[in-house]
Every structure is written in structure tokens, then in C-alpha cells.
Design a protein. Structure first.
Length: 303
């Protein structure tokens, strides 16, 4: 069996078979990954990608799984979670971080080195790779404002450097999405600041986040993109949908832009709530809410 072969071939890599992804997603939902690997280096990533290419296996890459819904049918082929690739270094005004490093840890490293510009990300729970992939943003800041380049793995397993222009950032967009590239590391270019002021701003934004977002419950973060001329949360609130619930998934009572797991939700519950919110908002306001959350995997098999 292929999955057994990969475990034997790469004993140095942590590899799990038929592993429930609900153990790793921030929603605590998601079906099993056929093969789930945790590479610790670029070489291990390349070894895994070589194996997948040789055996015609689809490859899925996951960071901190914070803005992600994995369907209840799980993921076929090879899934890599990069959180063990988490080194962060700094030199002068640059911070270089591996794809699996927590974005929050990048902000802490920047503050420790009196570097300013990335405070907006102090509470974003994703990984560096996921943040680049989605051009993550909050409180007026976006990754495109601070990332000047990234190392990526191409589908045919070559390491290349992409500069800021090649990353082609847009709203919740980066060129690696359509080019099916894997972010390996990113370089942040920041300004010299005062450590105490930087920390004060980070504390302020974290307090703001805690006061407005349902951080005490499992969620996939902000579910919908901001429609032009509107705010998704306000449209959902004005549609009377706060508290709407299917199964264990509920439109948050604290912030309408979040869907929280209040009682053993499944990914299917989440997707049904999303569809209902989209239809209700469209019927009431004529606005289509596009999902920001990344939805991957297969639907469960019907009995």
C-alpha cells in the first residue's frame, strides 16, 4: 500500500495515516487525511513532493489551519502541515520567517528587535505561509505592505525566489494560489521603531480584537471577504442572522462575521450555515458574500 511505503521510506519525517484533521483545524472539524506529514526542512518537503509526484498523489499544504475548513470527507493523497518549519531570524530591518512560523511570533520578534510595521498582525492566528498565500490583513495593514519576497517550491519541486512584484498581491490574493506553489519562507522589511511603542500598539490591537471577536470559541476566523462598499458582518447582522445555528455551527452572537463551533459542529454544519448566510444576505441586500475562509477536501460519502 502506498501510504505504508511512504512511512517506511522516510522514517525521519513524522507521518500519520488516515489522521483526522479535526485535531489540527481551529474549528475542530474535518475528516481524515490519507497521508499527513510534518516536514521539518525544505529537503523533507522536497522528498515528500518527489514521492507524491512519482505516485501521482494530489498534494495539499496546510499552515496553522486557522482560516480553513476541511470537509468531512477528508483529503486524499498527501497533506503536509508545515508548522514544524518555524525558524525566525532577523538582520537589520529584515525579518525572515519559515512558512510554518506563527505570524504572531513574527510580530513578537519584530518588537524584540525594535522593528515596526507588522503590529497589525499581532493577533492573526495563522502561519507565515498562510498569511502570504491569503495576503492576510487586519486593522488597516496587509502582508503585502511588509513582505518583500518569498521562497517557494514549484509543483515540479524547484525552489525559486519571488519578489514583491512577482507575488502579485491583491485583496486576499497572492500569485502562489493560481501557480500552485508552496511558500517555504518570507522576508519582511520593517522600519526602526521604539520597542515600548510597538508593544503598546500590539497590546491595543489585541485588546480591540478580544473585545469584538469570539476568541473563546473554536472558529475559522473571518468567514467572508469584504464586499465592495459594504461590511460582511454588518450585512449579516442586519439580516437578523446572529445566533442562527445548524448542528453545532452558529453565527457568532459577538461578531456576525464569524461562525463558531458551539456544540460538536461538523464541517458540513459550517458549510450549511455559510450557504444559508449567503442566500439570506443576497435575498435581502442583493449582495453575494464571497468566502474568505479556504474550503478544501471532499464531501462525506452518503450512506
Amino acid at each position: 500500500m502506498q501510504s505504508k511505503t511512504i512511512v517506511n521510506l522516510y522514517p525521519e519525517i513524522d507521518i500519520l495515516l488516515d489522521e483526522p484533521l479535526s485535531k489540527y483545524t481551529h474549528t475542530l472539524t474535518g475528516g481524515p487525511a490519507d497521508i499527513l506529514a510534518f516536514p521539518k526542512s525544505i529537503k523533507e518537503c522536497q522528498d515528500l513532493l518527489d514521492y507524491a509526484n512519482d505516485h501521482s498523489l494530489p498534494v495539499t499544504v496546510v499552515g496553522n489551519a486557522s482560516n480553513l475548513i476541511v470537509k468531512d470527507g477528508g483529503i486524499r493523497g498527501l497533506t503536509m502541515i508545515l508548522t514544524k518549519m518555524n525558524k525566525i531570524t532577523s538582520h537589520e530591518n529584515l525579518v525572515v520567517a519559515d512558512a510554518g512560523a506563527a505570524l504572531i511570533d513574527v510580530t513578537k520578534a519584530a518588537q524584540a528587535n525594535s522593528l515596526t510595521g507588522v503590529e497589525f498582525a499581532a493577533g492573526i492566528p495563522g502561519s507565515v505561509g498562510g498569511a502570504v498565500y491569503m495576503n492576510a490583513g487586519a486593522y488597516g495593514g496587509e502582508i503585502e505592505n511588509v513582505v518583500v519576497g518569498a521562497e517557494v517550491l514549484t509543483p515540479d519541486n524547484h525552489i525559486i525566489h519571488l519578489d514583491h512584484e512577482q507575488l502579485d498581491f491583491g485583496y486576499r490574493h497572492c500569485s502562489v494560489q493560481e501557480n500552485h506553489q508552496i511558500v517555504i519562507s518570507a522576508t519582511f522589511s520593517l522600519e526602526t521603531g521604539i520597542a515600548e511603542k510597538i508593544q503598546k500598539q500590539m497590546d491595543h490591537l489585541n485588546a480591540l480584537r478580544a473585545s469584538k471577536q469570539p476568541l473563546d470559541l473554536p472558529s475559522c476566523g473571518s468567514v467572508f471577504k469584504r464586499p465592495k462598499g459594504y461590511f460582511a458582518g454588518k450585512l449579516i447582522h442586519d439580516s437578523g442572522l446572529q445566533g442562527f445555528q445548524i448542528g453545532g455551527a452558529q453565527v457568532s452572537l459577538k461578531h456576525a462575521g464569524f461562525i463558531v463551533n458551539v456544540d460538536g459542529a461538523t464541517a458540513t454544519d459550517y458549510l450549511k450555515v455559510i450557504a444559508h448566510v449567503q442566500q439570506t444576505v443576497f435575498n435581502k441586500f442583493g449582495v453575494h458574500l464571497e468566502t474568505e475562509v479556504r474550503i478544501i477536501g471532499e464531501d462525506p460519502k452518503s450512506n
